[in-house]
Design a protein around this ligand. Sequence first.
Ligand code: PBG
Length: 332
Amino acid sequence: MPPVLAPFPATRLRRNRATPALRALVRETHLDSSDLIWPVFVMDGEDCATDIPSMPGVQRLSVDRIAKAAVEAEARGIPAMCIFPYTDMSARTEDCALAWSMDNVANRAIRAIKDAAPNIAVMTDIALDPYNINGHDGFVVDGQILNDETVEALVKMALAQAESGADILGPSDMMDGRIGAIRTALEGAGHRNVTIMSYAAKYASGYYGPFRDAVGASAALKGDKKTYQMDPANRDEALRLVARDLSEGADMVMVKPGMPYLDICRQVKDTFGVPTFAYQVSGEYAMLKAAFANGWLDPQKVVLETLMSFKRAGCDGILTYFAPEVAEALNG
Ligand code: PBG
C-alpha cells in the first residue's frame, strides 16, 4: 500500500530533495564496491593480454596477469572475481575432457588468485562450452543436447574447481538436476563449504554475443541454446527454476541477462528472499561502451545509475565488467 499523503501544500515531495544532505538521508538504495563480482577472461601464456574487439576495455589475461588483477581488485574492495577460460580451438573436443583437468587454464587461475589475493572469493563457470568443439554447454549427439550425461561431466568439473580452491561454483549450463548432483558430490568429497550460485534463470539471449567472441565460442557454436536456456517470454518458469535449484542445494541464485530482466530479479527476491544476483552481460556492456565511445552517454553517470537499478530491483550483487572502474569511482 502506498502511504497516504496529506494534500498539497502540506505535502511537497521536493522538500526531501532540496540538498545533497537531505537526499543522502532519504536514499533508499546503496551501491558499494562490496556488491560487485568481476568477470574475467583467462588464457594460456605468460605476461600477455589480448583485446576483445566487441568488449572494448576488456582483455583476456594470462594466469599471472589475472593474479595481478586480483591483487588490484582486493585493494579496491571487490569481494569476488569470476573466471571464464579461453581455450584454443585445437584443444576443444567432443568429449570435453579438458573441462575437468586440474591443469586447465581456469583451474590454474583459481589457484593463482587464491595464492596472490586470498581474500578474493573465486567464482567459476560450470558449463562445457569453452571446451566443446561445437560450442554448446552440453554434450551433443545427433543434434540433441544430452542432459544426464552432461550432468555427470559437470560434476567432474565442479570437483576439480573445488579442489583447486574455488569458493563459489557457478553452474551456467541450464541442465536439469545439476545442482543436486553437484551438491551431493561436493558433500561426498568433503567440500562442505563450497557455495553454489546457480544460474537459475538464464535466458536464451542475444546479449551473450560479445562473450562468445571473448571465449572463442561464436565461431564454434552450431545452432542455438533454446532447448536448455529459457524463453525470454517466460516469468513463471523463472520462479520454478529458482525454487527447484534452491531445493537441490543452491546457496545463491542468479538472473541473466541483467537489465532487460529486472522484473525477474525483483520477483525472485520478493518470492524467495534468498541471495539474488544479476549478471550484467557482455552485450549490455558493449551497448553502453558503444554509446560512451560516441559521446552519446556519460559513463560517470550511466554506469552507476545502471548498477543502482539492479540493487533497487532487489539484487544483493551484480556481475559486471565495469567492476574495477566502478569500485574506483565509489572509493574515490
Ligand atoms: C556459457 C556462458 C555464457 C555467459 C556466461 N556463461 C554464454 C552462453 O550461455 O552462451 C554469458 C556472459 C556474458 O554474455 O557476459 N556457459
